[in-house]
Design a protein around this ligand. Structure first.
Ligand code: SF4
Ligand code: MG
Length: 334
């Protein structure tokens, strides 16, 4: 497999009336062909900003101030606006939570599908129309010819999200970034859209970055998981590692707040407290105000990234203690 996206030590800052604030703090990750990386965390943790940094669509007061972003080994964080626009049309596509706002209400579905095809593939209207119909079929939309002539408001939320995916796929992107793509949809439709993203990933060997706050969604689609908290990556591993052997107290908290369908009596254990604001100053581990394991060291020094096993990494001082205990056991001859 080939690495599609490589993000190294990304820092993204916003200029505000009170100076600069960091929304993404030294975050690194990779996405391979044919794999889905889920970025998970509470709303405001920096997961959307991370993906907007990658795709060059930060709001005007935001910018990548350090680190690098590479697509197929080529630096892309310093591309011009025009070069980045081309990149988005051909290599990296993004879908968002609310397809109603991303689709243009006064243009037909057909127009919105043909336009990127004609622009990026240099094909004529008739061929673009034919390809548009094919794409609608591919994302499971019945009567595609008829849908081409309709306007977004004539479609259900689930159908609109399928149209958005069709538009995102129009130029055969290597990488699809999906930011909460199913949050606005009801549960059955949500499952269908996640299945669709999974199928397309396999058929087209795409890399997928899926951003969500929902561990249920993660369980459904992720190959690997990156957990973010307050602008930092706190844990990363395969979906099995994260679900079967979570290490960071925040990850464990997220998993405990997933409703258990098999046991409706199961009590939700949400993580007490809330995410700090961007301007709040926190020394040491950024999770310490909410962590029941916090020690003085946590309050003073930010934990480094500890390797647990394979590519499973955790930024928490508890890992240091675990390592120490293992060493002591070894020394004791156990
Ligand atoms: Fe909790 Fe300390 Fe680990 Fe932070 S470093 S998550 S405060 S135990
Ligand atoms: Mg978001």
């Amino acid at each position: 497999t080939e690495t599609l996206l490589e993000v190294n030590h990304l820092v993204t800052e916003f200029r505000t009336a009170n100076g600069s604030v960091q929304a993404v703090r030294d975050v690194s990750f990779k996405v391979d062909q044919g794999e889905t990386l889920c970025i998970v965390g509470e709303s405001g943790c920096g997961k959307s900003i991370t993906s907007l940094s990658v795709i060059g669509l930060l709001p005007s007061n935001g910018s990548v101030t350090s680190g690098e972003i590479k697509y197929e080994g080529k630096q892309i964080h310093n591309l011009s606006f025009e070069e980045m626009r081309k990149m988005r049309g051909s290599k990296i596509s993004m879908i968002f939570q609310e397809p109603m706002t991303a689709l243009n209400p006064v243009l037909t579905i057909g127009y919105q599908l043909r336009e990127p095809l004609m622009l990026h593939q240099g094909i004529g209207k008739a061929e673009a129309n034919r390809k548009g119909i094919e794409l609608l079929q591919q994302v499971g939309i019945p009567y595609p010819e008829r849908r081409m002539k309709q306007y977004p408001h004539e479609l259900s939320g689930g159908m609109r999200q399928r149209v958005m995916i069709a538009i995102a796929l129009a130029c055969r992107p290597g990488l699809l970034i999906a930011d909460e793509p199913t949050t606005a949809l009801d549960v059955t439709i949500q499952a269908q859209i996640l299945d669709l993203i999974n199928d397309l990933k396999e058929q087209l060997n795409m890399g997928v970055v899926l951003i969500t706050h929902d561990m249920g969604v993660v369980a459904e689609v992720a190959d690997r998981v990156m957990v973010m908290y307050a602008g930092k990556k706190v844990e990363e591993g395969t979906v099995e590692e994260i679900f079967n052997a979570p290490k960071h107290p925040y990850t464990i908290g997220l998993l405990n707040s997933v409703p258990n369908v098999d046991n409706p009596e199961f009590e939700l254990e949400p993580i007490p407290g809330s995410l700090p604001t961007l301007t709040e100053k926190i020394e040491g581990c950024r999770f310490h105000p909410r962590c029941k394991f916090a020690t003085d060291r946590c309050r003073m020094d930010a934990p480094p990234e500890f390797k647990v096993e394979g590519d499973h990494t955790v930024s928490c001082w508890l890992m240091d203690e675990e390592k120490m205990e293992e060493k002591e056991e070894e020394l004791d001859g156990h």
